[in-house]
Design a binder for this molecule. Structure first.
Ligand SMILES: O=C(O)CCC(=O)C(=O)O
Length: 357
């Protein structure tokens, strides 16, 4: 195998401890990945999810037989028949492979990727302080909420909510603000909009996508974010063996990847490098994946790849990676790993022109 050399060295993804909404905003607005180190280290999942607990939860949710992905080459996993297939496996065999793999070479690799979150694990994820802490860290409260709130009598509740928390542009300004004042105003707003909250709660209850008790406890401006990011039907569990590879691909959504057990190594590329990354043809179901195998690069077949700019990081337990929509990423599990993804939708104007295909 020829050794492959990129033109430029990999850039480490920026790690932020104790991030505030306005700092996160700079990355979110500019569609840059960022690693959040200080938010989730003391979350319930980090304290309580271990083999025993996961075993109980999975048994309760799925019984003794699990449907998991088994890689065709014992390395790569994507939802495509040419790469990996679904098999049935006993809970015990699967957990043994994840938590007690002996030798890398002989070990058989499996990946459990749920399409929604097992309910017990979901409850642990949405503990109120956790939800509030995360939202505070990623949401920029704009200047309307920092001292220039409109007079309630001249504005309808709907208009105020929209002004204060336009989700699509929720990180729209880079100004910082006084948090005490902000908290006061959040309180005032909650009082003002009881009726509004009631309607949102009722809608959420009917759709059953979030826990409405948690939602009703949150400051009103946070509720829209909670409903988008902490949905049981979009949150996913990724539990798999050491050495699993999720090959280079992009997603059409914003995404937070929370690492709970083990470490993962990631390589990312901007969507602007898409022409250098050799995606599968746009008419196929693999158009969001690359033909390149980053661990065994064929430089004759992919001559332009060397011009692409890599961004890299290792994600440790308690850390959260924000991946902007359409950013390419390749993920290697360095250990038996458990992660949770929290994706949320983009608006149509967030699709980069070069990705309209
Ligand atoms: O953790 C992995 O193996 C893949 C995660 C991923 O691709 C994602 O979060 O979009």
């Amino acid at each position: 195998m020829m050794t492959f050399k990129f033109d430029s060295a990999a850039i480490p993804i920026k790690r932020l401890d104790d991030v505030s909404g306005s700092t996160f905003n700079r990355f979110y607005k500019n569609k840059r990945p960022v690693l959040l180190t200080g938010i989730a280290t003391d979350w319930l999942p980090l304290q309580t999810w271990n083999e025993e607990y996961i075993k109980d939860v999975l048994y309760e949710e799925f019984g003794n037989e699990l449907k998991v992905l088994k890689s065709n080459d014992n390395k790569h996993f994507i939802n495509h028949v040419q790469v990996s297939e679904k098999i049935e496996i006993s809970l015990e065999t699967f957990l043994d492979a994840v938590f007690h793999a002996k030798k890398d070479i002989e070990a058989v690799r499996y990946y459990l990727r749920t399409h929604s979150m097992p309910s017990k694990l979901y409850q642990d994820m949405i503990e109120r302080e956790q939800v509030e802490g995360l939202i505070k860290s990623i949401c920029h409260v704009d200047n309307v909420n920092c001292g220039q709130m409109k007079e309630p009598e001249s504005t309808t509740p709907n208009e105020i909510v929209k002004d204060i928390y336009p989700w699509e542009e929720f990180l729209d300004s880079e100004e910082t603000c006084d948090h005490e004042q902000e908290a006061d105003q959040v309180g005032q707003l909650n009082e003002l909009h009881d009726q509004e909250t009631g309607t949102q709660l009722e809608e959420a209850r009917q759709r059953r996508i979030v826990n409405v008790e948690v939602m009703s406890d949150l400051p009103l401006p946070y509720q829209a974010v909670y409903q988008k990011v902490f949905r049981i039907d979009t949150m996913q569990l990724w539990l798999g063996t050491k050495g699993n590879i999720t090959p280079l691909h992009f997603d059409r959504n914003h995404g937070l990847l929370l690492q709970v057990i083990g470490c993962k190594e990631l390589v990312l590329f901007s969507h602007t490098d898409t022409p250098l990354l050799y995606p599968h043809p746009s008419h196929t179901s693999r158009s969001h994946t690359s033909k390149v195998n980053l661990r065994d690069i064929d430089s004759k077949r992919f001559p332009h790849l060397k011009h692409a700019q890599r961004y890299t990081c290792v994600l440790n337990p308690g850390e959260i990676l924000y991946t902007p929509p359409f950013w390419w990423h390749d993920v290697t599990s360095l250990d038996g790993c458990l992660s949770v993804t929290l994706p949320w939708d983009i608006s149509i104007d967030e699709i980069p022109l070069n990705m309209l295909m």
